[in-house]
Design a protein around this ligand. Structure first.
Ligand code: ASP
Length: 345
């Protein structure tokens, strides 16, 4: 039998249209690979270290993002995350495990700083995929998670400042403002975004992934974004790879970002191309004027990340941005492909 090189394997996957790429057992990657949003350089490094120690990709991904969840200085994830409009921190997260095809998720969870760990427990200790709000908190308590106040002084002051100055700038809007043919929205609420997504590929080609966030700052209470929704802010398929997103969650939900990226890769698209396909899908689906700038372009940032079983990775964003990656060459930041080659306003 003629040995199949990785290049040959990828080429035949691209030519084979619907056939999802599979890695033969003998084709091991030189190193595990992890990709994340730009706040995840330490997270991807730890995830790769854990996979080198034999951890499953999903567990390695959760260990990585936990560093960011535990960092009170990152105001988009875990403790120190910016609160909702009532001043309450509500966290969202989901995990997905390639080999078993199982996933777990938690949304609008209060008082527990590591929602990704709770999502793992939901995946392993229930027959469900998603728990929300009070039920999720009770489940976390049952599993011994410690409750704490997640609102740091710094985040409380930022919330108070927004509260005092917000006037009519919030997420409540009228049907007229939301209309496809309505006027350009004059009271735009520019959300601060953050979040960490981490996609992981072990040396044997198994994949796992995780996304965790405090969601959009000052969101309506109970608002759930893309991060805890499998197929949106996070998805993986052990025959293909991982896909996830950060940025404006509503756009990622409406485009089904994560599953769309994985589907594109199953058709032979590279990780970067699949991510750019998702960005273009968001552009095409964004029609209401209040979401467009004066040039008719989406007026928000969205970032997508992908890996495939062959250890290739890529990322693309609406506006110029960076992402974190770790492979055999170590952990680093790299430029994403971008649809509009300028920084987000
Ligand atoms: N995607 C997250 C959400 O919409 C926010 C973010 O990534 O900044 O909840």
């Amino acid at each position: 039998m003629v040995p199949l090189s990785r290049r040959g394997f990828l080429g035949s996957a691209a030519a084979g249209a619907l056939a999802a790429p599979t890695v033969p057992a003998w084709l091991r990657l030189a190193s595990p690979v992890a990709i994340a949003s730009a706040n995840g350089v330490k997270a991807v490094e730890l995830a790769v270290q854990r996979m080198n120690e034999g951890w499953r990709p999903v567990d390695a991904a959760v260990a990585g993002v936990e560093l960011v969840e535990n960092d009170p200085e990152d105001d988009s994830v875990g403790i120190g995350g910016l609160p909702n409009e009532d001043g309450v921190v509500e966290l969202d997260a989901c995990v997905m495990d390639g080999p078993s095809g199982l996933g777990g998720a938690v949304a609008a969870l209060q008082n527990i700083k590591n929602p990704a760990q709770v999502a793992l427990k939901i995946m392993r200790h229930t027959d469900h995929v998603l728990l929300v709000g009070d039920g999720a908190l009770r489940f976390a308590r049952a599993h011994g998670f410690t409750e704490e106040n997640l609102l740091t002084e710094k985040s409380r002051k930022k919330w108070l400042e927004w509260r005092e100055k917000r006037s009519s700038i919030d997420d409540w809007i009228s049907p007229e403002e939301n209309g496809e043919h309505g006027k350009e929205w004059f009271r735009k609420f520019k959300h601060k975004t953050g979040t960490i997504h981490l996609g992981a590929v072990a040396a044997n080609g198994d994949v796992g992934s995780c996304t965790t966030t405090s969601g959009l700052a000052f969101k309506l209470a109970g608002r759930v974004g893309d991060s805890p929704l499998l197929g949106c802010g996070n998805y993986c398929d052990n025959d293909v790879g991982t896909g996830g997103g950060t940025g404006r969650g509503e756009a990622c939900i409406l485009a089904n970002g994560g599953s769309f990226i994985v589907h594109q890769m199953s058709l032979g698209r590279s990780p970067t191309d699949a991510c750019m396909d998702a960005v273009k899908r968001v552009v095409r689906l964004t029609k209401v004027k209040r979401l467009l700038d004066a040039k008719g372009r989406p007026d928000f940032q969205i970032q997508f990340y992908a890996t495939n079983k062959a250890g290739q990775f890529g990322a693309a964003a609406m506006f110029a941005d960076r992402f974190a990656v770790c492979d055999g060459s170590g952990a680093r930041l790299a430029d994403m492909a971008c649809h509009y080659d300028e920084p987000v306003k």
